[in-house]
Design a protein around this ligand. Structure first.
Ligand code: C5P
Length: 311
């Protein structure tokens, strides 16, 4: 077979950050990962990756979300995605990636995972390796637990490490206000903190361990499209650990509720706090009040699509 010839023009792909509407964390396995039962919703914070065929591999990062703290070497998940696709397909050339970020870095919203999903799709198009979607999904799962969801988008139940996805249905749109933190948080550190907390409280001793399920009421609330019903069902097992690392996040949650949000939860492993609001208008008010109090606050909505090539 002749090797595919790369496209002579760049390919631009957009993927989005996510909020975990439910994050149930089970036992830690030998590979260091925890069993999860989670529900993801992609929200309107775009990451854009532009891929241009090149002899070697290089990356540049820009955007509003502290791009200075993003590594530009093989620790970068978009770069790892490109190299993984090249080795999986036997493609012999390289790529220059330009990543434009708006998801907060190390914020618990899957920004790095969105970059990886976008880079996979962009390289697959620019190199004309044209992998079937199932194969891209498989490579995504090798890059990180949240990468398959960033590829798929919308709303999905995630089991396994969070990488085994079943799409979920929802009516309408949900409006969120995100409060960002200046300091990011390390995801492995927050999971480790949860394990310690459960150890101290004797919560790891269950035998057999409690079953991990997504509450049916949450899926019903999504179907109803009613934010008040969804607000009542939001849950994050990592929140207790994130609050132990960063007790100030409780103040953020309290401020958001006082500003009129229906409910506030730590997003993923934090430190971003996500506030569900009753309507777009309410969300704009909550954002303005929080920003007026000196918080960095953004109004976003979900669900939005997964990784897509832009015309
Ligand atoms: O897969 P990803 O690189 O996003 O995961 C980052 C870290 O989060 C892992 O190294 C692990 O410490 C933790 N994690 C976990 N269980 C999961 C997903 C992530 O313990 N299911």
């Amino acid at each position: 077979m002749t090797a595919p010839v790369a496209l002579p023009r760049p390919v631009r792909v957009r993927a989005h950050g996510k909020i975990n509407l439910h994050l149930g964390v089970g036992d830690r396995h030998d590979d260091g990962y925890h069993a999860l039962a989670t529900v993801f919703q992609a929200v309107s914070l775009p990451e854009e990756v532009t891929a241009t065929a090149a002899p070697g591999f290089s990356i540049a990062v820009s955007g509003t979300a502290d791009p200075g703290s993003v590594p530009l070497d093989d620790r970068n998940l978009a770069m790892r995605a490109a190299r993984l696709l090249a080795s999986a397909t036997g493609y012999e050339g390289g790529v220059h990636l330009e990543v434009h970020k708006s998801v907060p870095v190390a914020g618990g919203m899957g920004g790095g995972s969105a970059d990886a999903a976008a880079a996979l799709l962009a390289c697959d198009a620019v190199w004309r390796t044209d992998l079937p979607y199932a194969r891209l999904h498989e490579l995504a799962a090798r890059l990180g637990a949240d990468v398959p969801f960033a590829l798929q988008g919308g709303i999905a139940v995630g089991t396994g490490r969070g990488d085994v996805l079943t799409p979920a249905l929802a009516r309408g749109r949900f409006d969120w206000v995100l409060v960002l933190s200046e300091e990011g948080m390390s995801t492995p550190a927050v999971y480790a903190r949860l394990d310690r907390h459960r150890d101290e409280e004797g919560l790891l001793a269950d035998d057999p361990s409690p079953s991990l399920d997504v509450p049916p009421a949450l899926l019903q609330a999504l179907l109803s499209g009613e934010p008040r019903l969804l607000a009542a069902e939001l849950h994050n097992d990592l929140q207790v650990a994130a609050l132990r690392e960063r007790p100030d996040l409780q103040t953020v949650i309290d401020e958001g509720l006082a500003a009129g949000a229906l409910r506030g939860i730590v997003s993923g492993s934090g430190p971003t706090v996500a506030f569900l609001c009753a309507s777009p208008g309410e969300a704009a008010l909550v954002r303005d009040r929080l920003a007026g109090g000196g918080r960095e606050a953004l109004h976003v909505h979900g669900p939005v699509p997964g990784a897509r090539i832009l015309a």
